[in-house]
Design a protein around this ligand. Structure first.
Ligand SMILES: *Cc1c(COP(=O)(O)O)cnc(C)c1O
Length: 398
């Protein structure tokens, strides 16, 4: 079976996970290498991207404020806003690139607005010209770039993660690069970095040896689990709902955090992350090439809405839109190809958020995207991509 995602973990990551750790020194080295990859002054690691966001909002002195974020983003983002003592205000998306509509975001600004979380969803860079205008009109407003899907995506040659007060990154195994779990906040602002490190020291517990062993076992389990026959078996278990408690990262009705969200990144994770930093450029080049290949090959299938190819995009996902998602996905699964349906919700419509203050606008675009998006595997080579392409064409030819 072809899995919808697969981390680029090889022998080097395995060895890195199992070698001895040097405690804090591993973390510092990973942070330095991450910062140097992105050419930023500070990279500060956290157990999850969402933990980084909670403490970043605190470090920016935001409390009881409205934080503008996309209606169509990962649900852990508003969860983090709520945990930080602020209120997420949702804004609809734009058709073209799945990103938040920044004109609507600007209209949502009022005297209680503390920050905008600009998100480059699926790796599509946010429009930095619009961000710049918003900053000029509202100089007190904080801009946070959520780069969990985009990493070093560039808008007209300018890195998105530098266009704001700070940027957040997610490093779990579904991201462009991974340290098993983990998250990072980057900034060029020395004072902000100092405050954030200080907050981290007081809120985040030092990881135990136990956490290191858990992470070693987890990464070891990912190797066979992405091996096709085993993956098929796991996929069947997943669909039966038996694994929900282990694999589902959200519940429609609750705003919560994982139990270890305040336990620091372990040295094992940092060492795996260091290997991935070296692979980053190759990973992105491969994904760009595959996105282009899919677009060329699927052109002409009328029932598919193909994604935009954009200079500077990094393609965390290759996202097509169809009207009958469930049918397409189950047909493909019968042919041995698992497709993804990320992001399959519009947050203000979710049980946990529909009655909150942040649900105050119209979310037609996000709501439709949530029902229509499918993503094709980008980790694959040409051979497997060809299988996906020909099965998709079969489906739409019937
Ligand atoms: C993954 C992700 C994050 C952070 O996720 P963590 O699981 O907390 O590391 C933030 N924003 C978006 C859009 C994401 O996809």
């Amino acid at each position: 079976m072809i899995a919808r995602l697969r981390p680029k973990f090889g022998l080097e990551e395995f060895i890195a996970a199992w070698k001895g750790t040097k405690g804090e020194q591993d973390i510092i080295t990973f942070e330095e290498e991450f910062a140097s990859l992105l050419q930023v002054k500070h990279a500060i690691s956290f157990p999850y991207g969402r933990t980084g966001l909670i403490l970043l909002l605190k470090a920016l002195d935001l409390e009881n404020q409205e934080i503008i974020c996309p209606a169509y983003t990962c649900v852990v983002v508003p969860h983090a806003i709520v945990y930080s003592g602020n209120e997420p205000i949702f804004v609809d998306s734009q058709e073209l690139d799945f990103n938040m509509n920044l004109d609507l975001a600007e209209k949502a600004i009022n005297e209680n607005t503390g920050a905008i979380i600009a998100t480059s969803i699926f790796g599509y860079p946010v429009d930095l010209e619009k961000i710049k205008k918003i900053r000029e009109r509202y100089p007190h407003l904080k801009i946070i770039q959520d780069c969990a899907h985009s990493f070093a995506a560039e808008w007209k040659g300018n890195p998105v993660y530098k266009a704001g007060d700070a940027a957040i990154f997610g490093l779990n195994i579904s991201k462009l690069m991974s340290s098993i779990f983990g998250g990072m906040v980057t900034t060029d602002d020395d004072i902000l970095a100092e405050r954030l490190r200080h907050l981290r020291a007081s809120y985040i517990k030092v990881p135990t040896k136990m956490k290191e062993w858990q992470r070693r076992l987890y990464i070891t389990a990912t190797y066979p689990s992405f091996y096709p026959p085993i993956y098929s078996f796991i996929n069947r278990l997943e669909r039966s709902g038996l694994l929900d408690r282990l694999t589902k990262y959200y519940q429609d009705g609750s705003i919560d955090m994982p139990s270890d969200y305040l336990i620091g990144m372990s040295g094992v994770e940092a060492n795996v992350g260091r290997v991935q930093v070296k692979k980053y450029r190759d990973i992105i080049m491969h994904r760009r090439a595959m996105a282009e290949y899919y677009n060329q090959s699927l052109r002409g299938v009328d029932a598919l809405q193909l994604p935009l190819l954009e200079e500077g995009a990094t393609y965390s996902h290759y996202v097509i839109r169809v009207k009958n998602r469930e049918k397409v996905m189950s047909f493909m699964l019968r042919k041995g190809i698992q497709l993804g349906q990320l992001i399959e919700y519009c947050i203000p419509e979710m049980e946990a958020y529909k009655n909150r203050q942040g649900n105050r606008y119209n979310y037609t675009v996000a709501s439709t995207m949530a029902k229509e998006t499918i993503n094709l595997p980008l980790w694959v080579g040409r051979g497997q991509a060809n299988r996906c392409i020909s099965k998709l064409k079969d489906y739409f030819r019937r």
